[in-house]
Design a protein around this ligand. Structure first.
Ligand SMILES: Cc1ncc(COP(=O)(O)O)c(C=O)c1O
Length: 658
């Protein structure tokens, strides 16, 4: 717990406090001056202080955070780590096949990300997976003829024809049959164009994952052939004399599989199917085990939805071991293994840097707290609350809390019945708030903090207003309560003396982050520093998978600036893509800027005619309106003070919830 009276604090404490080592995996750490650094290369001399990069980018481009910072070097490191883990398993078990990573571009379609995945996977025989028409086009343009391309997802005739024509031109495209009706579509198109397809088949397994994304695997999953459909498909392809075109079997157990046992079950089931098909004469060579390799967002190594109970090496070992075991039992050659590990490849590479623009701290208006000799003896709850405050100590914390709840409840009934004046009610609330603050300060001395008192801590936490949109940055935190690591990226050699939650800039009450990783579990608040007149920047980490592709423009808060920091050039040469402007987000929802501009000009003209403004003032207003078209959709001002809030309404929450 935070103890503001203690001075001894070092970056070692901070590393432990925010669980940095366990979710950061060495890609992120603190330097001796308390700054967070990224290690996009294993060579520590290339470490990058994130605060400095963002600061430099601010100054040189006249742009403001929030900014998404990308490190393609971290994708390269992840690609290396995943492939080396498989190499190690293959060597250890004397497996006779090989392994490659296929990047499913749905996880992050941004050009720099796909390019980094492609480039870093090249030496391992890696490839790309497309799940839609647009993704197929992107992938065909980026890949060369050696790159394996898997064409998954719903397919219309255009997708099939494009995939076939691309393979005729030399691209290494496998069309993966996901639905029974695709068999005829593919066979007919292939006949019409006289191009032989390269085929894969996706099966639905009965084994399914666990966690938020479990429905993307298992018998009820949207994609893949059921076993009867698979049998029919094979018969159909055999009749069409196309069975020799099938070289890959694919399944997807679901994303973020947190429990390694689910992975073992699905590998065993899929390999049995693979072996049976090979024994029937299907010339399969590749087993594609799909995605599912999880990311330990909390660093807690457990089966909770934002964690995982296994390591990367254990995953590779299980995949290789069980494929080998089943193939050996069935007398079938070891296949080449593909995994479509998307999240595990790109989640770590990007982070969002968010400035705090102010905070609201809870406090009690002392003038309203009556001294014991000022308390009106006739008003029972006032007498009671005053007594509780006076006698409160570490031994009677829980009891005092309950007594204060009861006294406040009686006070509210008296107020409703007209037996308590507004002034007396204010005194009751101020006393209750003082009690809550005192209880909060005693919590660290308790051997055990009961849930209701921990809730109090949450209710008393400061709100730090962060210049971002939760809906744009972390759709999975909003929709699925997924946890992401969050911590300040500087001042880490200084003890954080406050606790807070983050409120975003949208006008939506859901637009807040109040669940954080901490210790072995979760915290409803984040250790934070007292604001001063310097910028205070928070990093939200591991956002490289799915968050960018799922984000939305709620409240017309658009895309963030993106800064791509390459390992092989000085960070001053980082590439910047500007975020959304006002004009862009408005036009995205079909407002026409020129019409808006025209209407504003009419408003200015009318105001001039009605002599509300001078000619020059009108001119200035119009110029200001126009200049805003290129303005960033996030706040672009310096840090501002936010009025301290009276805590009454918030504490009422905890008292009122009996
Ligand atoms: C077919 C397929 N492959 C791969 C993936 C990527 O999964 P993950 O990000 O868990 O590796 C997905 C995502 O759900 C998928 O649907």
């Amino acid at each position: 717990m935070i103890d503001i009276t203690e001075n001894d604090w070092s970056t070692i404490d901070a590393t432990e406090f925010y669980n940095l080592e366990r979710w950061g995996l060495g890609y992120f750490e603190l330097d001796s001056e308390g700054y967070l650094v990224a290690n996009p290369s294993v060579d520590k001399s290339k470490s990058i202080r994130i605060f400095d990069v963002v600061n430099h980018f601010l100054k040189s481009h006249g742009a403001e955070p929030p900014v998404l910072v990308r490190f393609p070097g971290i994708i390269e490191r992840r690609m290396h780590d995943i492939n080396e883990a498989f190499r190690e398993s293959i060597r250890q078990f004397e497996y006779e096949g090989s392994y490659s990573t296929i990047f499913p571009v749905k996880v992050n379609q941004h050009l720099e990300v796909v390019e980094a995945a492609l480039k870093s996977g090249k030496k391992y025989g890696g490839g790309l997976e497309a799940g839609s028409k647009a993704e197929l086009y992107a992938v065909l343009a980026l890949a060369d003829n050696d790159t394996p391309i898997l064409c998954n997802g719903f397919k219309d005739l255009a997708v099939i024809e494009m995939a076939l024509r691309a393979s005729q031109l030399g691209r290494n495209v496998t069309i993966v049959i996901e639905k029974p009706n695709e068999v005829d579509l593919i066979l007919n198109t292939s006949k019409r164009l006289n191009i032989k397809p390269k085929l894969g088949i996706r099966v639905k397994l009965s084994a399914r994952g666990a966690g938020h994304w479990q429905s993307s695997g298992g018998a009820r999953s949207k994609f893949g052939l059921s076993i009867p459909e698979l049998v029919n498909c094979i018969a159909q392809l055999r009749r069409a004399e196309c069975l020799d075109r099938v070289h890959l079997l694919h399944f997807h157990p679901g994303s973020q599989i947190t429990n390694v046992r689910k992975i073992k079950y699905s590998i065993i089931e899929a390999t049995r199917i693979y072996a049976d098909l090979v024994q029937q004469g299907v010339p399969l060579k590749i087993l594609d085990v799909g995605g599912g390799l999880a990311v330990d967002y909390t660093g807690n190594r457990n089966k909770e939805p934002s964690s995982m109970n296994y390591t990367l090496q254990e995953y590779a070992n299980d995949v290789v071991y069980y494929v080998q075991m089943v193939c050996d039992q069935e007398g079938v050659a070891h296949p080449k293994i593909y995994s479509e590990s998307g999240r595990a490849l790109v989640a770590h590479h990007s982070m969002l840097i968010v400035p705090i623009v102010g905070s609201s701290q809870t406090h009690v208006q002392q003038s309203l707290v009556p001294r014991s000799d000022q308390v009106d003896e006739e008003i029972a709850p006032l007498v009671e609350l005053s007594g509780i405050l006076e006698e409160l100590n570490v031994k009677n914390v829980s009891e005092s809390f309950h007594d204060a709840q009861t006294a406040m409840e009686i006070a509210m009934q008296m107020f409703a019945n007209g037996n308590l004046t507004l002034e007396q009610r204010a005194q009751c609330e101020a006393l209750t708030n003082s009690i809550c603050l005192k209880i909060n300060s005693l919590l660290d001395e308790l051997p055990f903090v009961p849930a209701e008192l921990d809730e109090l801590r949450y209710n008393l936490a400061d709100t730090y207003f962060a210049n971002f949109s939760l809906f744009q940055a972390l759709p999975d935190a909003w929709a699925l309560d997924q946890l992401f690591p969050v911590m300040p990226i500087h001042r880490m050699n200084e003890r954080p003396t406050r606790i807070g939650i983050l409120g975003d800039m949208t006008c939506d009450s859901d637009g807040k982050l109040d669940c954080f990783i901490g210790g072995a579990g979760q915290r409803r608040w984040l250790p934070m520093h007292q604001l001063n007149d310097r910028p205070y920047w928070i990093g939200i980490f591991l956002v490289g998978a799915y968050q960018e592709s799922l984000s939305d423009d709620h409240n017309l808060m658009g895309k963030f600036h993106i800064l791509t920091v390459d390992t092989d050039r000085p960070y001053e040469d980082s590439r910047l893509i500007y975020g959304s402007t006002l004009r862009e987000v408005l036009e995205h929802v079909h407002h026409i800027w020129d019409d808006m501009r025209g209407k504003f000009a009419v408003t200015v003209e009318q105001a001039r005619q009605e002599r509300r403004v001078s000619y020059e003032e009108g001119e200035e207003a119009f110029r200001f309106f126009e200049s805003m078209s290129e303005n960033y959709t996030y706040l672009t001002d310096e840090i501002r003070e936010i009025e301290p809030s009276q805590m009454a309404s918030r504490v009422e929450l905890s008292l009122g919830s009996k």
